[in-house]
Design a protein around this ligand. Sequence first.
Ligand code: TXA
Ligand code: MG
Length: 316
Amino acid sequence: MTAPVPANAKAIEAAAFALREGRLVAFPTETVYGVGADATSDAAVARLYAAKARPSFNPLIAHVAAVDDARKIAHFTDTADRLAQRFWPGPLTLVLPRTPECGVSLLASAGLDTVAVRVPAHDVARALIRAAGRPIVAPSANISGKLSPTTAADVANELSDKVAMILDAGPCRIGVESTVLDLSREKAALLRPGGIAAEEIAALIGPLEDAAEGDPIRSPGQLMSHYAPGLLVRLNAIDVGAEEALLAFGGSVPAGAAATLNLSPKGDLVEAAANLFAYLRRLDRPDFTRIAVMPIPNMGLGLAINDRLERAAAPR
Ligand code: TXA
Ligand code: MG
């Protein structure tokens, strides 16, 4: 059981070390407490999804300490520049195209070619990210479906057995999550209302599309089905054809595929989640007729893996 510790310089240094080792750390932001993981590590991000018990891979926000760090992972438009200048550090998250050198785990982006990024306005959060020396993904530090925590005690109630450290800096100033704005398409769209009022944003950049009421294709849930492999996907494969690529799982793998990648030879669902999007992309080549996927147990992170695979296999 991990108890909250005061977020002094020594604790922040220890927390940054834990993050670099791939462990999870809860920390305060100005909006809510987040549970952070090394954004560049597929394995750390998979452990984060497991700790949150997310039923699907809802994409995560990459937190950076400064605007220049955001530019390394996301492609900034003029609109993004103006918003960043005005509202960062602060409770605004921008969804932008990933840069080629992005480095943020594909699992954190849920396989999308966009990345959500923000610079938090909390000294502890920025000091931690700077000390870790890399972007940190951090969803709200609650079990999926529960309320977002605004004190370290709230975090301890739900996640004390899942995190290496809980940094305590008192209650969060804002108490609601950041506003999420999608700038990856022609028109800016509000994906989630939050700490910065939509009116304030519109006053700076003009009217927004409301993803909830307007074009449903832009809401995050829908966006998740946006990325599907070019190849057809065949689920629950127990055998494989000579022209198929096989996405395998576990110890007994059918022979004869044109290519095989095993999500986890030892049958570990967290390891499988870490490899899912990267392996799907590697097998998605015109040399094959189809991607056959072995059955994945429908428990723990297997639920999220199967959710994503079903979307990838959905008729189009
Ligand atoms: O205030 C906050 O934003 C807090 C603190 C800890 O920073 N974090 C937070 O993260 O609320 P989370 O994971 O609970 O919410 C992330 C939101 C989700 O609605 C998700 O769908 C959206 O951001 N999101 C992330 N990446 C996205 C992407 N590439 N495209 C569309 N939506 C994305
Ligand atoms: Mg949340």
